[in-house]
Design a binder for this molecule. Sequence first.
Ligand SMILES: Cc1ncc(COP(=O)(O)O)c(C=O)c1O
Length: 366
Amino acid sequence: MNVPFVDLHAQYIGIKGEIDEAIASVIRESAFIRSKFVTDFEQQFAAAVGVKHCVSCANGTDAIYILMQGLGIKPGDEVITTAHSWISTSETITQAGGKVVFCDTDAETFTIDPAQIESKITPRTVGIIPVHLYGQPADMDPILEIAKRRGLWVIEDCAQAHMAEYKGRKVGTMGVAASFSFYPGKNLGAMGDAGALVTNDSKLAEWCELYARHGGKGEHKIEGINSRLDGLQAAILSVKLPHLGRWTEGRRRVAAQYDALFAPHAAVRTPEIARDRTHVYHLYVIRSENRDALQQHLNKAGISTMLNYSKALPFYPAYARLNHSPADFPNAFHNQSRILSIPIYPEMTEEMVQDVATAVIAGVVE
Ligand SMILES: Cc1ncc(COP(=O)(O)O)c(C=O)c1O
């Protein structure tokens, strides 16, 4: 059986009536930019996360960038972030005028290793951006403790972890602010690019709103940028938000089935979840010693896989200027050649999960 990596059409079919009606409403009202569809979604999403403010924007990358501007980053300020993530997390630091300082990941959870953060702090450090990678929260308490003691801000990058929890607290509620992506394949995805930032800091929210809308309509109080969530995407996200809990349960069902099927096979290393966290399985990332051959084997069997990410950020040409070597980030370096993301989405049937698992087991070297 062919198994795609995600199946957005299957999701659409499940809620087609609601989505079609929402799109038709936006078109009927020509509510394409700044409309009640946008403000409604902002309120609904803030309530779902449990924060005071949500400022929507064009994508999750902009959300991180806008937040750093709002926090007053200055040229040469250093920001510490994880070595293994999507490049949005680090490229925005540079775009905002800051200097990227990478920190290695925890060997098992793939998220930033708090024990290594302190050694990266210099007098120029202003903030830390942990990423809740693959859908599992980073170890936030020690990060927040260091940040508080050293006077740093923390922006949570929640692009992959909508509604995941750390010690009973939702991601997005722990740092001074947080960014979300609603890229179509995300756990809560639009039908195009979309993103948002959330915060309990009213002044920060107000500034970010102003900045993302050309510094204010009519009266331009500051120079800003144009980063908007459009009405169609907002209406689609409002339809999808109430389904997110059910979809997350679907992802957990798939993950639990994989976990059980892989349990007797030590050569397939399944995701480890820290005891104090919940995982929302944006990705189900296994590790194997023969990753490349396994990926080819699955490809031949009609099973789509991805590498998230085949190189840790410091090892891309984009960061050659930092002159890093594998010894600087041993955990991220070790994992980058072993990780393999296999299909996970709520609409996967038990048979599909079984087929993927059977193919994986046949393809690993025991
Ligand atoms: C960890 C992480 N941060 C940030 C982003 C940026 O989101 P977007 O693609 O909406 O700009 C993504 C999504 O691709 C991501 O996975």
